[in-house]
Design a protein around this ligand. Structure first.
Ligand SMILES: Cc1cc2nc3c(=O)[nH]c(=O)nc-3n(C[C@H](O)[C@H](O)[C@H](O)COP(=O)(O)OP(=O)(O)OC[C@H]3O[C@@H](n4cnc5c(N)ncnc54)[C@H](O)[C@@H]3O)c2cc1C
Length: 302
């Protein structure tokens, strides 16, 4: 998402832009994006990406399907090794995203994005008034469960056999708001199609529910950033307000940075990074007396 947005800006800025993509955007998991500006009736994540690709292509950006497995920098040039071929670039933006870890529950996969969710900002509104379970046993789980009370009064926590590790204050709030906590081990999810119906515990009892949220955590795709010497903290690639990483010519945007992981934020960060890249290249060209003059030449010819 961040990469496409950056490519639209860079292509329009007449920069030679290549998107190298292994095609695993998390956006493809969302059947109906309801919080992206300009789509009052919602749009699927796949359609949003397809539109973004089309727009980037029209802006002059190029695409290749590949996965970069190694990255280095020689003097001012980035050298990338993909599974298919090698690439060189004077500026590089990483928009490699993250992977939300699904809960380790048998049978839950079919429900991902439909009745099993990762993000209350994305999906809280669509489960208003429903029976909701939050999966996890840490502070984030407790905060999630308490936050979900904005959407439904029927919220509980399932720890899947783990002892709760949340703070004393959170334990007090969980008691104060009478949130049920089920510490039993989960055997499997019972689903009808993409709809979760219940969780079956290993003692044979069942918890009936309509939506499950998980707080199991994320895997950050930060390997390339580390190879290139960018600072990484808590998994996230550290960037300044202009999306510079601190390594000259290297920028990052989207969920792999400390952004709140939302499509519109990733797109906004991609645009910010592209504008910074364009400005940095412009300044470099001025310093080297190397500004392009082809447009002038074309005008003179006419
Ligand atoms: C189930 C689900 C539902 C969601 N619903 C919403 C929602 O309703 N609204 C919302 O705002 N957000 C939602 N999100 C979050 C949203 O998908 C992300 O915020 C958004 O996709 C982040 O964009 P990004 O550019 O950072 O990463 P991504 O869109 O994930 O793109 C990263 C890209 O980098 C590629 N890549 C990674 N490593 C390499 C490599 N080494 N070489 C080449 N390519 C590589 C990947 O293949 C991928 O295409 C949802 C997420 C999930 C999982």
């Amino acid at each position: 998402m961040a990469g496409l947005s950056a490519a639209i800006y860079l292509g329009r800025a007449q920069r030679l832009t290549l998107i190298i993509d292994s095609g695993k955007s998390m956006a493809t998991w969302e059947p109906e994006v309801q919080n992206y500006l300009g789509f009052p009736k919602g749009i699927s994540g796949k359609s949003l990406l397809a539109r973004g690709r089309e727009q980037a292509r029209r802006s002059g950006a190029h695409f290749t399907a590949d996965e970069i497995v190694e990255a280095g920098k020689r003097k001012t040039v980035f050298d990338l090794r993909g599974r298919k071929r090698r690439y060189r670039a004077s500026s590089l933006m990483l928009a490699t995203g993250i992977f939300h870890l699904p809960p380790d529950i048998n049978g839950v996969k079919a429900c991902l994005g439909h009745s099993m969710f990762f993000c209350k900002d994305c999906d809280g509104a669509r489960v208003r008034g429903k029976r909701i379970a939050i999966y996890g046993a840490n502070d984030e789980t407790a905060d999630y469960a308490l936050g979900m009370l904005m959407y439904s009064s029927r919220v509980c926590v399932v720890t899947d056999g783990r002892a709760p590790r949340w703070s004393k204050a959170r334990a007090r709030w969980i008691r104060e708001y009478r949130l049920p906590v089920y510490p039993k081990q989960i055997k499997r999810a019972v689903c009808r199609g993409c709809d979760i119906q219940s969780l079956r515990f290993s003692d044979g009892t069942e918890l009936s529910l309509e939506a499950l949220f998980t707080t199991r955590g994320d895997v950050y795709h930060n390997k390339l950033a580390k190879m290139l010497g960018a600072k990484v903290a808590g998994g996230e690639v550290v960037v300044d307000a202009d999306m510079r990483t601190g390594v000259e010519g290297l920028y990052a945007a989207g969920c792999v940075t400390p952004a709140n992981c939302q499509m519109i934020i990733a797109a906004g960060q991609g645009a910010t990074a592209a504008q910074t890249i364009n400005r940095d290249l412009f300044r470099k060209s001025l310093a080297l007396h190397a500004l392009r003059r082809d447009c002038d030449a074309a005008r003179d010819r006419d």
